[in-house]
Design a protein around this ligand. Structure first.
Ligand SMILES: C[S@@+](CC[C@H](N)C(=O)[O-])C[C@H]1O[C@@H](n2cnc3c(N)ncnc32)[C@H](O)[C@@H]1O
Length: 444
């Protein structure tokens, strides 16, 4: 019998190289195994069958599988045992064997009969959180709240962390819910934030007052000089022992000059890390319901920087190849040259009636989009007052967005609506949810 009138003693196990025996190979085991593998445990599963996920891990050599029923004696050599079968009698036998052998055992089916308990665990940066409340759902909720608070900086870990160094963080397309968890956590640790124009501004507003925010968009110099100046700002703050987050729109390495900044830091001997971001090239079309690929329709897409138009001597874009292909084209920084680009694509072979979507302020509360076709898009965008930042999508996939909009607007699906509810309209921390809370703002 396990005495449940005494509070459990909380402990963390370093399991690297230690055997963990798991009885059962179903969904419960599949939930336990990844964290055990992450901890470096030598996982052995005894079960006549394995779930697909566990099967893949066994095939990849990540764990050992004994394809049979649990047998007395299987616990020998293990440091921890998890009884995860769907038969309480077997779980009880596993727990009794482990107990007799002096091995800690978690019974997944009956916490009250379990010697060891698995807390709801999570991680924010280098902080690990484990919660035991007696009610797994409540524990998970508290864990989520704690991890969220740590990640956002609401519960502070600043000042106990890294000294010096730079993190290039992709801020996502604009909605504050679309920065990565790691990016958010690093932001909460920053002493200095150097921010681009198209980053989620509300994240900056949340920073503590002692964090220095340098608005890179306001640096009053030419493009090249501004970049040199930004590089020197990153290096000098980091060299002075501050932790600098260079917050960039979208992904740092997609038309973001991120690599130049990484090279500048490395040349100056400054440690630098890169946190990928959700690029507007993919997220903005998605927020407007435009898939970049669609089975049977198109299986490739090209992302193009159109900051210089076709024909410009600085352009390295192969417009002839883009014009003759049927791939989806995703054009960034293209609004200014839309007419020239459309004419060039038509001249190079694209059908003038090819559908085009132009999406401005994607994922922001001010998001708006127009749907047109190549031979009319420049005029339609100008008429609708579309301004940068905008993403232009050329290709048949644009018609899928129209199909979605039609279905969403049908009585069977409730009110008319769009694709994406920006962060401003939701509880902080949630991401976009497809298929339920919809908000679309077509251009007037
Ligand atoms: C210099 S590029 C930077 C791209 C960024 N690194 C990324 O991965 O999204 C800036 C261009 O990205 C596009 N863009 C960025 N954010 C956008 C948004 N929220 N809505 C529409 N387009 C956006 C526009 O084409 C804008 O001119």
């Amino acid at each position: 019998m396990v005495a449940t009138d005494r509070a459990p003693y909380l402990l963390a196990l370093r399991l690297a190289g230690r055997r963990v025996l798991i009885a059962g190979g179903g969904a419960v085991a599949a939930r336990r195994v990844p964290a055990l593998l992450d901890a470096g445990a030598e996982v052995v599963i005894v079960s006549p069958e394995l779930s697909t996920v566990l099967h893949d891990l066994a095939n990849a050599g990540r764990l050992r599988w004994a394809a049979r029923e649990y047998a007395s004696g299987d616990c020998a050599g293990a440091w921890l045992v998890c009884a995860c079968t769907d038969d309480p009698g077997v779980n009880a036998a596993v727990a009794a064997d482990a107990d007799a052998a002096g091995i800690w055992c978690v019974r997944a089916d009956d916490a009250g009969a379990s010697r060891a308990l698995t807390p709801a665990s999570g991680q924010a940066g280098d902080v690990r959180v484990g919660v035991l409340s007696g009610d797994p759902r409540r524990s998970a909720g508290i864990r989520d709240a704690l991890v969220g608070a740590l990640t956002s900086g609401a519960v502070g870990t600043r000042r106990v962390r890294r000294r010096g160094g730079v993190a290039l963080v992709g801020g996502g397309p604009g909605d504050p819910g679309l920065i990565t968890v790691r990016g958010r956590a690093l932001l909460a640790e920053a002493d200095v934030v150097v921010a681009d124009r198209l980053v989620p501004r509300s994240l900056l507003a949340e920073l503590p007052p002692d964090v220095e925010v340098i608005d890179a968009a306001k640096i009053p110099r030419g493009r090249a000089m501004a970049q040199e100046y930004i590089n020197s700002v990153l290096v000098s703050h980091a060299a002075a022992g501050r932790f600098v987050v260079r917050l960039k729109g979208g992904d740092p390495f997609v038309f973001g000059r991120g690599a130049e900044e990484v090279l500048a830091c490395l040349r100056a001997g400054v440690p630098v890390t890169v946190v990928p971001g959700v690029s507007s090239a993919i997220a903005v079309p998605a927020a407007a319901g435009v898939p970049l690929t669609h089975r049977g329709l198109v299986q490739e897409f090209h992302v193009i920087s159109a900051h210089v138009p076709p024909g410009d001597s600085r352009s390295t874009v192969d417009w002839a190849a883009l014009g003759s292909s049927a791939a989806t084209l995703v054009l960034l920084m293209a609004t200014e040259h839309l007419g020239v680009i459309a004419a060039e694509l038509i001249r190079r072979g694209r059908d003038p009636k090819t559908p085009v979507s132009v999406i401005a302020d994607g994922t922001l509360p001010t998001q708006r989009d127009i749907t047109s076709q190549l031979d009319a898009v420049a005029r339609d965008a100008a008429k609708a007052g579309i301004r940068p930042p905008a993403v232009v999508v050329v290709g048949e996939v644009v018609t899928i967005a129209a199909q979605m909009a039609e279905l969403r607007g049908s009585p069977a699906n409730g009110a008319a609506g769009g694709m994406f509810l920006p962060e401003a309209g939701r509880v902080h921390g949630n991401g976009p949810e497809w298929g339920n809370d919809l908000l679309r703002r077509p251009a007037q």
